[in-house]
Write a protein that binds this ligand. Sequence first.
Ligand SMILES: Cc1ncc(COP(=O)(O)O)c(C=O)c1O
Length: 271
Amino acid sequence: MKGYKWPLMKNTLSFMDRVKLAKFILSSDRFTQGKRVKEFEDAWSKWLGCKYSLYVTSGSTANFLLIASIIEKYGLKPGDKVLLPACTWVTNINPIFQLGLTPVFCDISLEDYSFDTDSLSYIKEKHPDIKLVFVTHLLGIPAKVSIYKEYFPEAIFLDDVCESHGATINNTKVGSNSLGATFSFYFGHHMSTIEGGMVSTNNKDSYDLMKMKEGSDNEATIIGYEAGKGKRTGKRGKGVRMDDEGREGGGKRGKVVNETDRANIREKRKE
Ligand SMILES: Cc1ncc(COP(=O)(O)O)c(C=O)c1O
């Protein structure tokens, strides 16, 4: 089709949005994790109808955090299989590789761009050991999650709603009753914060793990979380970490100390 153009996205910011942004930039000296972020998280949970929401830098970050927390919560092992639709976003697949899991792709139905049920029957036979199913609700179309669950009743289900904020199934917003649902507020989406993402859950453990992982590094594994403790009271809490040698502690990033270490440090100070 000559001359036919359908751009991936267009500017969604109005002139007045820009004025509001400019006013905010000029009147604030806090540009990250300010009180408006918490207000947005709470308003989002209320709007979606879920218990907890965590605002992050992008839908891609939301996907990574969610998968990482699920691996820890359910003790998934390297190589465990994750089912994904053949048509999804690249950052739904990246964390699967990055975090040592194995993707299994299922063909899609052209009706809703999610799993094709004939292909699901085939995959169920070939891969009865699928541990995780990461559903993508593409282009505002809710996927038929309850049907997929019949094929893999033992699997853990997660929802990528990055393109489908506000889509409903039986008057219920997609992602509201999920163990973990991710959203993108990228510039091209119909709800935007220019860049940004949200991960929503009804599970307190997952929420706490994700809050910790948001600020964690690779030098220690987060094995627990104590809400309301630590430097950023009310926001991050205190992480209980374990280093490569299996030592538990709650120290600073990259500095894992346990009670014995603390006692040694105290002794050294006395010398
Ligand atoms: C289905 C889907 N998942 C994930 C993402 C990633 O979101 P972000 O661009 O905010 O990283 C997108 C982005 O548009 C998306 O459409």
